[in-house]
Design a protein around this ligand. Structure first.
Ligand code: NAP
Ligand code: MG
Length: 476
């Protein structure tokens, strides 16, 4: 095994303030009826900043600001002018991408290699892509004159803080809506830096409002009567509660929820590439990925070979300082999430599956979990059914393509799946039968703003990305 010298990215590119207000009507303001909370670096438990918590009156102020901006400025503005703002934001994100990437890694715990090479390029690409749609909405296939919906309430999780913001804000603004967005409690900082970028881009006041806080702030926002559209990404449990609260109102709703993807490896797959895909599928972003390939289905006759190779590869993964450019697996986002991962993994052992992790030294401070696989997993085990949302892979085997399909679909979720095989015809046969919104063939966890993303069943409804992503923000 190679030994690398530490190669930490400099954190001095980030200018952290001791405290942050709410971003309402184009300026940072103190909360009127909320309090404050701290955001920490999960890799060190160091407090990064004190963040304002929006109360119900603050949410009210933000929704009012968004309504005014929608009625007076953004709604009436021609699409070609909205596009100029979106292009400007996209360029500023590129210009400030190093700063944004470091801040994302500090607040979230993800490796700088990923925030720098995956999150930030995709965030900018999303704004560029939807900027291009802003003046072409009549050609999007939703009628000759599709109209925006109005004020969008958007609530996002902590796993891809800035990328989820981009998925929500870019299409909403391109379609002519204004937004109030609530980032997750543990990862508010890049959304607040994005607010500064909106100021830098001279985006009209009130078009984007950011209300930080926890679940109560999110609830106040989605239940607010002045909101016309609710877009949520997060757990199925909270998604259900939101669907209930929106039912019977005229609000439009899109939900992006959890997943339990099957990554299916056939015996004719190129094993080394498949192993890279398995690793990327479950250890990318510490497994905090809704579409993570958390169930490996491997054809029985190659299972030993695949597992041997996988274990050898896992032993090479470097777990540690997210700001080190050599790091493959960073910190778990919060103590609460670490506890959930531990609880489910312990259940896996208790139910009789065999647990394995490579020897790896974890830092003393912060929240860490070694890359883990479970073999001898049955479909009834909790680790095969429930979303772990961590670096934990459950391995099951199959004999025939039909059995692989049956096992892959045996889940309440339906977000994504992966197929590894040399046969194109088999890929198509499988893709037709898998109940998943996204199916990757001989690759995994690849995203592109032109491609729609979303789920079936308990993974939610509506699509984000691509032309389809506009539909949720238009009255069609
Ligand atoms: P979560 O608890 O559902 O939280 C998501 C967001 O909703 C957070 O901003 C959260 O605030 C807020 N929230 C909590 N309770 C709320 C309520 N009653 N009303 C309105 N908002 C509320 O999910 P999480 O644990 O943070 O994220 C992990 C989950 O998200 C996983 O299940 C994962 O699969 C899913 N996810 C899905 C996708 C997708 O595209 N399908 C993408 C990423 C993640 P606080 O966190 O501040 O409390
Ligand atoms: Mg944090």
């Amino acid at each position: 095994m190679f030994e690398y010298a530490p190669a930490p990215e400099s954190r001095s590119v980030v200018d952290l303030k001791p405290s942050y207000g709410l971003f309402i009507d184009g300026t940072f303001v103190d909360p009127t009826d909320g309090g404050s909370f701290k955001s920490i670096n999960p890799a060190s438990e160091e407090v990064l900043a004190e963040i304002a918590e929006a109360g119900a009156q603050d949410v009210e102020r933000a929704v009012r600001a968004a309504r005014k901006a929608y009625d007076k400025v953004w709604g009436p503005m021609p699409g070609r002018d909205r596009a100029k703002y979106l292009y400007r934001i996209a360029r500023l994100i590129q210009e400030r991408s190093r700063e944004l990437a470091v801040l994302e890694s500090l607040d979230n715990g993800k490796p700088i290699r990923e925030s720098r090479d995956v999150d930030l390029p995709l965030v900018a690409a999303h704004f560029f892509y939807y900027a291009g749609w802003a003046d072409k909405l009549p050609h999007a296939g939703f009628g000759p004159d599709p109209r925006p919906i109005g004020v969008a309430a958007q609530v996002i999780p902590w796993n891809f803080p800035l990328l989820m913001l981009a998925w929500k804000i870019a299409p909403a603004l391109a379609a002519g809506n204004t937004v109030v967005l609530k980032p997750a409690e543990t990862t508010p900082l890049t959304a607040l830096l994005f607010a500064e970028i909106c100021q830098q881009a001279d985006l009209p006041a009130g078009v984007v409002n950011i209300v930080t806080g926890a679940g109560d702030t999110g609830r106040a926002l989605v239940e607010h009567a002045g909101v016309d559209k609710v877009a949520f990404t997060g757990s199925t449990e909270v998604g259900r509660a939101i669907a209930r609260s929106v039912a019977g109102t005229s609000k439009k709703l899109t939900l992006e929820l959890g997943g339990k993807a099957a990554n299916i490896v056939f015996d004719d797959a190129p094993i080394d590439q498949a192993v890279e895909g398995i690793v990327n599928g479950i250890f990318f972003n510490q497994g905090h990925v809704c579409c993570a390939g958390s169930r490996l289905l491997v054809q029985e006759n190659v299972a030993d070979r695949v597992l041997e190779s996988l274990k050898r590869r896992m032993a090479q993964l470097r777990v540690g300082d997210p700001l080190d450019k050599n790091t493959d697996v960073g910190a778990i986002n919060s103590a609460a999430q670490l506890e959930r991962i531990r609880e489910l993994s312990d259940a896996g052992s208790a139910e009789g599956a065999e647990r394995w992790s490579p020897p790896c030294e974890l830092p003393d401070r912060g929240f860490w979990f070694a890359p883990t696989i479970f073999t001898g997993v049955t479909q009834a085990h909790r680790i095969a059914r429930e979303e772990i949302f961590g670096p934990v892979l459950s391995v099951l085997t199959f004999r025939t393509p039909a059995e692989a399909v049956e096992k892959a679909n045996n889940t309440p979720y339906g977000l994504s799946a992966g197929i590894w095989t040399d046969k194109g015809s088999r890929i198509l046969w499988m893709a037709d039968r898998l109940r998943a919104g996204v199916v990757w063939a001989n690759t995994f966890n690849k995203f592109d703003p032109t491609s729609p993303f979303g789920g079936y069943k308990e993974s939610g409804y509506g699509r984000e990305g691509g032309r389809h992503g506009l539909e949720g923000y238009l009255n069609v």
